[in-house]
Design a protein. Structure first.
Ligand SMILES: Nc1ncnc2c1ncn2[C@@H]1O[C@H](COP(=O)(O)OP(=O)(O)O)[C@@H](O)[C@H]1O
Ligand SMILES: [Mg+2]
Length: 250
């Protein structure tokens, strides 16, 4: 194990309750992840790729503590991982203004108490980080564009200065031009603060541009893991090859 690790996941198996309530179904659990192992180093961008239903979000939600039914180990070093979700339309409380939304992670911070002055200062710092104008603080989510909403979501995730940001398909719901701007913002945050990022995407072109390492998942299992350029140059698993081919890369 390297000293620089901010996160290490060992032999992770994640379970869900069986949603299908058929007459004769036993209420057994469904296993969504099988023996997943992965580590993230300080300042690294790890991409998780794989088709829909492969378990990418399940892994992300286990890491941030939303999925609690698991075996194995999730170890983190003061990383306080924070998540940015795919859909900025549904992940913001519509009845609250941007200032309130940005302050919320500080209000519920269990590690320390923030004074109103400190909160205010942090809100303006983060507003600058995510490149949003001060005027937006008094607006509701419905009054923002999709790109602005996603910037608010990223801002909320950054409020407590996490070492690890998990972005789960953060641009999939946005227009192409806006996608590029949000990706650039994430890259800038990464370069400027050395924040580690787990970037979840099914877009292998974006993955190539943004990541140092990549984890390929299929049916809840890790199919392949490696340094991004190396893996794209010489994919080992048949499945990885087919994904690259489908994306028009090889
Ligand atoms: N809350 C849930 N309850 C039961 N099954 C779920 C739940 N969430 C996801 N799953 C199942 O777990 C598997 C992995 O899903 P998910 O992690 O969302 O995949 P991905 O993010 O790669 O599209 C899928 O088969 C999905 O149907
Ligand atoms: Mg998902």
């Amino acid at each position: 194990m390297s000293d620089n690790e901010v996160l290490r996941v060992t032999d992770l198996n994640v379970f869900y309750k069986n949603r299908k309530r058929k007459l004769f179904s036993n209420n057994k659990k469904i296993q969504a992840l099988f023996d997943v192992n992965v580590a993230v180093e300080e300042g690294e961008v790890l991409a998780i790729a794989g088709e829909s239903g492969s378990g990418k979000s399940t892994l992300a939600r286990a890491i941030v503590g939303i999925n609690r039914d698991y075996t194995g180990e999730i170890w983190q070093k003061y990383a306080d991982p924070q998540m940015v979700f795919q859909d900025p339309y549904s992940s913001l409380n519509p009845s609250k203004k941007v200032r309130w939304l940005l302050e919320e992670p500080l209000r519920v911070d269990r590690t320390r108490k923030w004074s109103p002055l400190e909160m205010d200062k942090r809100v303006y710092e983060i507003l600058e980080e995510v490149e949003l104008p001060v005027a937006l603080l008094d607006r509701y989510p419905s009054q923002l564009s999709g790109g602005q909403r996603q910037r608010v979501c990223i801002g909320m995730a950054l409020m407590k200065s996490p070492k690890l940001l998990i972005a789960d398909e953060p641009v999939s719901a946005l227009d192409v031009t806006i996608q590029a701007q949000i990706l650039e913002l994430l890259e800038n945050l990464h370069k400027k603060h050395g924040i580690s990022i787990i970037f979840i995407s099914h877009d292998l072109r974006v993955v190539y541009k943004i990541s140092d390492h990549v984890l390929i998942m299929k049916d809840g299992r890790v199919v392949e893991y490696g340094e991004t350029r190396q893996l794209y140059r010489s994919p080992q698993a048949h499945y990885t090859k087919s994904l690259l081919k489908a994306a028009g890369i090889v």
